[in-house]
Write a protein that binds this ligand. Structure first.
Ligand code: GDP
Ligand code: IMO
Ligand code: MG
Length: 427
């Protein structure tokens, strides 16, 4: 059986948690392959709401093995806090597997993330302040601390001392902050060894064996295509590869294993943090979308920036991820609009672009060219089949499908597990 990848098709918060939970009873493994606790994935089951940051959404499905793979960066304190929170709510968590190769977020990563943002002032990225960027930077510069290092006190000590030689100079001399105490960090992280040990596994081996045995492996992306370090709106991106290519490197499985790529696409657009966003609405319509859609960050509580659907972005996501199916979420939020604008291209300094401009300078100058579609007034949150949707809602879905370049296989009409129209089986 295949591996299936799920990716955010916009700037994150498209509804990946809900989509993953929906297929939870049909898959055997749910794997996080990149990012860390910058993510906030919401799952609503009956009257229970869960906000997951580091754990795969599959942890809420009793028969799924949740996996934190090598490409994820782990803040151990957050991990154990999140596990404890779920255990207190009666969720069983022993099945969790964690890659020995995953990198650890260290206290100096969090400190550097916060202080470098403060120094950027107006030019800040608007990060979640969780230490994600500095942890991936250390990984790439071969100075990172991995899960397995907690099992070797000598190596752990050496790595932390070496890192602090450098980081403390930066914290004190560049940013005028207090340096961090190596002994305290060594002691804290050595303390995680016994807590981590029961979960740690060669997750790449486990996943490949599972695929050989005909099991279903579901790779749950976090963030989104336009936050990708290579393919996003750089530098206003996260420091990992949320796109489908990142799933292979981040989980240690080959691209030939992946048979389906599901793109999660909101029926409009949101973004948290800084950076270009052509269809952003800075007026009362943006506020209306924010309130209707409950667009407030799950991780930082920040207001999400809101705007209309952007078709070139959806097409771009199809292209760079090889999306085979879209899950269109939050259709219910658009009820009550007389007409719905959809961005079909951009005006860039007087020139028309039908695709995302090649350079960031041009993308910063892009103003949307809209086509307008008739809206609907009906509350659609109780609808359970495509045919029951108002005709104009059906037409809106079909238009988005045509513009996005891949079939829309599921539609979200509310946050609940059952508030989904599955037009064809997602798994
Ligand atoms: P993720 O980061 O991609 O998992 O998305 P978030 O959880 O950050 O944000 C999506 C929000 O929309 C959550 O509050 C979900 O409960 C909610 N949601 C997901 N799908 C739908 C939908 O179809 N309709 C409505 N109204 N809410 C949805
Ligand atoms: P989920 O998985 C939305 C954004 C931050 C910031 C940029 C860099 O819930 O969709 P970072 O802390 O990663 O260095 O911040 O990326 N960002 C997200 N935006 N949803 C997320 O995750 C995000 N994770 C990071 O707001 O603009
Ligand atoms: Mg989110």
């Amino acid at each position: 059986m295949p591996a299936i990848t799920l990716v955010g098709a916009q700037w994150g918060d498209e509804g990946k948690g809900k989509a993953t939970d929906l297929v939870g009873n049909r898959v055997d493994y749910v794997v996080r392959y990149q990012g860390g606790n910058n993510a906030g994935h919401t799952v609503v089951i009956g009257d229970q709401k869960y906000a997951l940051h580091l754990l795969p959404s599959g942890i809420l499905s009793p028969d799924v093995v949740p996996v934190i793979a090598n490409g994820v960066v782990i803040d151990p304190a957050v991990l154990f806090e999140e596990l404890r929170g779920l255990q207190e709510r009666g969720v069983t968590t022993e099945r969790l597997l964690i890659s020995a190769n995953a990198h650890l977020i260290m206290p100096y990563h969090r400190a550097l993330d916060k202080v470098s943002e403060r120094f950027l002032g107006k030019g800040k990225i608007g990060t979640t302040g969780r230490g994600i960027g500095p942890t991936y930077a250390d990984k790439i510069s071969r100075a990172g601390v991995r899960v397995q290092d907690t099992f070797d006190p000598k190596i752990l000590r050496k790595k932390i001392e070496l890192a602090l030689n450098d980081k403390n100079q930066i914290l004190t001399k560049v940013y005028n902050r207090r340096g961090l105490d190596a002994e305290q960090i060594i002691e804290e992280y050595l303390g995680y060894a016994d807590l981590l040990r029961p979960y740690v596994a060669d997750t790449s081996l486990v996943l490949n064996q599972a695929l050989d045995e005909g099991k279903n492996v579901f790779l749950e992306g976090s963030q989104g295509t336009l936050l990708d370090i290579d393919h996003g709106t750089y530098p206003f991106v996260t420091s990992s590869s949320p796109t489908s290519g990142g799933a292979c490197a981040g989980a240690g499985i080959g691209p030939t294993r992946i048979t389906k790529v599901i793109g999660i696409l909101k029926a409009y657009t949101t973004r948290v943090g800084s950076g270009p966003f052509p269809t952003e609405l800075l007026d009362e319509q943006g506020e209306w979308l924010r309130q209707q859609g409950g667009e407030y960050g799950v991780t930082t509580g920040r207001n999400r920036r809101c705007g209309w659907f952007d078709a070139p972005i959806a097409r771009y996501a199809t292209r760079v991820n090889g999306i085979t199916d879209f899950f269109l979420t939050k259709m219910d939020v658009l009820s009550g609009l007389e007409r719905i604008p959809v961005c079909v291209g951009y005006d860039v300094d007087g020139e028309r672009w039908d695709e995302i401009p090649m350079t960031q300078t041009d993308f910063h100058h892009a103003t949307p060219i809209y086509e307008y579609f008739d809206g609907w007034n009906e509350d659609i949150s109780h609808v359970r089949s495509f045919d029951e949707l108002p005709k104009n809602a059906q037409a809106y879905v079909r238009t988005l499908e045509e513009m996005s370049g891949a079939q829309i296989s599921a539609i979200g009409v509310g946050p609940g597990r059952d508030q989904t129209l599955e037009l064809r089986s997602l798994v």
